[in-house]
Structures are given as structure tokens and as C-alpha cells.
Design a protein around this ligand. Sequence first.
Ligand SMILES: Cc1cc2nc3c(=O)[nH]c(=O)nc-3n(C[C@H](O)[C@H](O)[C@H](O)COP(=O)(O)OP(=O)(O)OC[C@H]3O[C@@H](n4cnc5c(N)ncnc54)[C@H](O)[C@@H]3O)c2cc1C
Length: 418
Amino acid sequence: MSDALIIGAGISGLSCAWTLRKLGVDATLVESGDRAGGVMRTHRIGGYVIEGGPTTLLPKPETLEFIEELHLSPQLVKPAGARFVYAGGRLRKVPFGAMSLPGLLRILAEPAIRSQSHADESVFEFFRRRMGREAADLVSTAVMGIYAGDTRTLSAAAAFPRMVDLERKYGSVILGMLQSRQRGKARKTGSATFKDGFETLANRIAEDVDIRLGVQEVRLSDARAVVVATPAHQAAAFLERDQPALARLLRSVEYAPMIVAAAAVPDEGFPQPLRGFGFLVPRSESMHTLGSIFTSALFPDRAPRGMQLLSSFMGGAFEPEVMGWPDDRIWDTVGRELKQILRLSSFPQPVLLIRHERALAQYKIGHERFVGAVREELKGKPGLFLTGNYLVGAGVADCIEQGQQTARAVAEYLRRKP
Ligand SMILES: Cc1cc2nc3c(=O)[nH]c(=O)nc-3n(C[C@H](O)[C@H](O)[C@H](O)COP(=O)(O)OP(=O)(O)OC[C@H]3O[C@@H](n4cnc5c(N)ncnc54)[C@H](O)[C@@H]3O)c2cc1C
């Protein structure tokens, strides 16, 4: 029996298992499915390369170190391209093309706003208060691409902790950003991914750890330390019998569903060559498509010659019912909307449709209290640890970081309790 058992081989569990091995802890990673990676999955179909889960990550310096330690830095690519918002019948470049002059001037007035965020402030209210209504609307559209959620019910402190922190420290988000940049503390931004797809990362880590696939039955008593690295509802199911109070808390986490619809269009179907990162659609446009990534414009080798690949998203917190739509209705809707938005002369051809019932954890108002309550419960269960995207950061880089932190806590626990 290993000293530590990690349950769930998504990026959270993989990062935790890899770090434990680095720290010299005897650890086993168990996965109920037949592959490592969880939602991180790269599909290859007829010359198309499609990400079923994350497409890019926003690396922190520690993420880049982790990737370096895995010898994957040469595989890292930084896709660049303008991002657009579809509004008023055309694609507008973010941010300047998507905002009016008064809206931009209102953002510039942000340093003069003296008020401070309160604990239960929503994302929408935070940005409206600091930067004005137009900026808050733009953030709401951008949040569709991150949490697929409703900014009026998401918690500013949980979903945008850095922004709230800058306000607390500097009295202004803009001044805070400028000052941290001057002090060299600003985070490296710019999204990144792996040349051959995200699965490169999952597969590389899986090579280095003791991983058992297709494991259906594990018990808390199977190891001295147990890390549950599954989504919240699956963690709740696992802990139901032994830890009912913790399970109840975990069950309260809401997730937004998401459909990924990858479609192809021949080059000549576009009025001009496809360039850019992709677009998002504000809710005010009353469309079903949340947004689309211009996959083949970002990564030329992800579509056969003469074809373009577009990965579009539907669902989210506002329209969970699309999950119940049959495939042909989804293809018809995505195709029609892509044709209108990109002014295509031909109808997009279906390549792959993926349905995620529970795609993205919603950091609702009160999320910080939820995390506090989980930590409190865990204090009474030494040897039990939780990590995953529903706690303090949903992005891949956050999951890697939380996995690493959990591994350090496990190593420390095992050292103190031989
Ligand atoms: C469609 C989509 C697009 C996204 N896009 C981005 C993006 O562009 N950038 C970004 O940074 N983030 C993105 N995210 C978020 C990010 O990908 C996820 O938050 C992250 O990959 C979650 O990893 P995880 O390990 O916590 O969970 P998961 O990937 O869900 O892995 C959990 C694993 O646990 C296993 N498991 C569950 N129960 C058990 C059990 N009882 N026993 C054993 N194993 C079990 C599951 O089979 C699974 O393999 C996206 C997410 C989705 C769904």
C-alpha cells in the first residue's frame, strides 16, 4: 500500500501525484476512467485536432517552472491573435473596438473611485462600480469564455481575487497594476498551449507517476493520506458514507454545462482569410453560440489543407437546456450563427460534438465562505485532502498550483505522522 493515494487523474490529481513523487513520497494515482487527463483531452479526427476541454492556459511563473521540470518547454506555443466580440451585426476588436469613447473614458476614471469591495459583491457589481456599466458588460461577455457563468451571481472575490486584492491594497485596480508592473511583480500574461495539444501535458505527467486506470473501488482507509482530486459532486459521492457533512457541502457546488461543437469550413467559404483568436457573443445578441475559437488560424496544423476549424461553445449557466437538444438541432444552430457572424458562403460541416454535463464550477457569491467551511471540516479529518477546480481557481494553471500545494501539505502531514 502506498503512503498516499490520489483519486482522479485530471490535471489536479496529476500535478499532485507528480509533485508528491518529486518530494519523495510513495504515492499512487487512481483513475476510474481508461485514460489520464480528465476534461483535458485532445481528439484527432480526419486530420483535425480538437481540444475537448481546455484550449489554452494562462501560465503563472510557477506553471512555467512546472512545465520546464517536465521538459515540455520546447512544446509550449503562445497563440496570438485579436479577440473579437460580435455586437450590432459585426465583429469588433476587443477592447477598443468593442467600447464607446465615454465607456473607455469611464475606465480611465477608475483610479478616482474611492469605494471598496464588500465580501458578497458580484463580479458585475465590482466592475460596474469601478469601471462603469460598459466595462461590466464586456467583462460579463468575457466571463462566458472563462466560467460560462452569470456575472451577477458570481463572486468578485472568488472569481477575480487579484482584482479585488489590487483594489484593497492600492485603492484602484489600474494603479495597482501599474505599480506591480513597476516593481516587477506583474504576472506574465498571454495564453499558451502545447504544440500537439493539451494531452501532451497529461500524458507526460502520467508517464512519471504510479497510475492505475479503471479503478472503481477505493476506500479512505486504503492509504495514510488520501487526496480526492475529482470534481465536487464526485468527491461528494466518494465521501458520502464516511464524511456526510463534507459531502453535503461539496454537493452544493453548482456547475455550468458546456457543449463544444467543432466544425470545418473550406478556405473559400470565408469572405477574407480567417485571422485572430476568436470571438464571444454578448447575451444581448440573443444567440445560442457563446463564442468560437479560430483553431486553425491559431494552429495551422490542426486542420487539413484548404480547411478551417472553428471550435464553438454553447450552454453555460444561462442556457443549460441546450444540453437536451439533439445533435442535429445543435449543428443547425451553431452552423446558422457561425454563417451569420463570419459571413460564410458555405454551411460549416460538423466534425465533433462534445457534451460536458458539468463543465465549469460556478464561484457563486458566498464561495469564500464555502471554501472556509470545507477547510474547517477537513481540520477534523487529518490525512484527508481535497484539490480541484471548484475551490480556489478553475483554470488549468490554478489546478496545477493547487495540486502542488496539496502535495506539499500531504508530504508535511506524512512527515509529522510517521
Ligand atoms: C470545455 C472546457 C473548456 C475549458 N477551457 C479552459 C481553458 O481554455 N483554459 C483553462 O485554463 N481552463 C479551461 N477549462 C477548465 C479546466 O480545464 C479544468 O478546470 C481542469 O482541467 C479540471 O481538472 P481537474 O483535474 O480538477 O478535473 P477533471 O479534469 O474533471 O478530472 C477529474 C478526474 O477524476 C476522475 N474521477 C472522478 N471520480 C472518480 C473516482 N471516484 N475514482 C477515480 N477517479 C475519479 C475523472 O474520471 C477525471 O479523470 C475548461 C474546462 C472545460 C470543461
